[in-house]
Design a protein around this ligand. Structure first.
Ligand code: RI2
Length: 305
């Protein structure tokens, strides 16, 4: 029940944000494990993991988190459950720590009184902005609307309630205002082995615009956002969401020759990214391979045979 319920909420985006979906999936697996008492523990856990994995295809954090917890071991059901619960708690604790560290490391890169632009609603990106603001380094934050689901409104109200000055703009106004921006700070749903960043649709246009205006692009991404699958040649699947997120049915119903496209993410090549701030340090995108090799061994295992 808890697994299906969490899966449903992740799918319909009641639970959203690459880090948050990973944490909530881990919590659901832990809760479920506490109630599995029979010998079919492995089988039932595997089924539950698959239900959660089949919710959103792009954010690799979900995959990595599930792999982490499903790496449990033990000889008896009791031992396995105990081990799984320990791994789940460890993962959740690491996520909290990662956000804190990313904030501290990222804020050091911000100089003077700066104007920042952010896109969508990323906990990790906001961690940097909050810490920099605490240190008196933030003048103002440009917040993009982030159509179609308008997650920019969440960012806007969060920053506003914390007393941070904002400017709210529609996505198409990004280039117009880029000349007023000192840093672009965004989150990530996946970072590929070659250092490309997959994030909310529109991120690559912002990065391109920033590149043109020589504005540094900082990506805030915990190590569990790096994709071991890409090291093995897989391409990141870009989630295509329902057309009714873009246009209401009363409009689309009248259109006979139009297909509404609604990709949720896009890929920004590493050439347009200055820095990826992770909990283990601020690294150039070229170092993505090393992060995957050294910090995601547990998620790489599946590809060994
Ligand atoms: P944190 C979000 O995806 C956005 O693309 C955001 O940049 C990214 O997850 C990372 O978010 P969605 O769930 O993990 O809104 O940094 O589609 O919070």
């Amino acid at each position: 029940m808890i697994v299906e319920e969490t899966a449903r909420k992740i799918k319909n985006m009641e639970i959203r944000g690459a880090g948050k979906i990973a944490v909530e999936a881990v919590k659901a697996l832990k809760e479920f494990a506490l109630h599995v008492t029979d010998e079919a523990f492995d089988e039932k856990m595997k089924r539950a993991a698959d239900v959660l994995l089949n919710t959103r295809p792009t954010a690799v954090s979900l995959y990595n988190a599930i792999r982490y917890v499903m790496g449990y071991s033990g000889n008896t059901v009791e031992e396995k459950r105990k081990n799984l619960v320990g791994l789940a708690d460890e993962f959740i604790e690491n996520v909290k720590l990662a956000h804190k560290k990313i904030g501290m490391i990222g804020a050091r890169r911000i100089e003077g009184k700066s104007t920042v632009m952010t896109h969508c609603n990323s906990k990790s990106a906001l961690s940097i902005i909050r810490e920099a603001h605490k240190q008196g380094k933030i003048e103002r934050v440009f917040v993009t609307e982030s159509r179609p689901r308008r997650q920019g409104l969440i960012t806007l109200s969060e920053l506003d309630s914390e007393g941070i000055e904002t400017a709210f703009i529609v996505d198409s106004a990004v280039r117009y205002y880029m000349r007023d921006v000192d840093y672009v700070i965004v989150g990530a749903d996946s970072v590929t082995a070659n250092g490309a960043v997959i994030n909310k649709i529109g991120t690559s246009q912002i990065a391109l615009s920033a590149h043109e205006a020589r504005v540094p692009v900082i990506v805030a991404a915990e190590t569990y956002k790096f994709s071991p699958k890409t090291l093995h040649g897989e391409r990141v699947i870009i989630e295509e969401r329902s057309p009714d997120e873009v246009l209401p049915e009363e409009i689309t119903a009248k259109l006979r020759h139009c297909k509404i496209m609604n990709p949720a993410f896009d890929a920004t090549p590493r050439e347009y990214i200055d820095l990826i701030v992770t909990e283990i340090g601020a690294i150039p995108p070229e170092m993505a391979f090393i992060v995957i090799r050294d910090y995601l061994k547990y998620a790489l295992d599946e590809f060994r045979d």
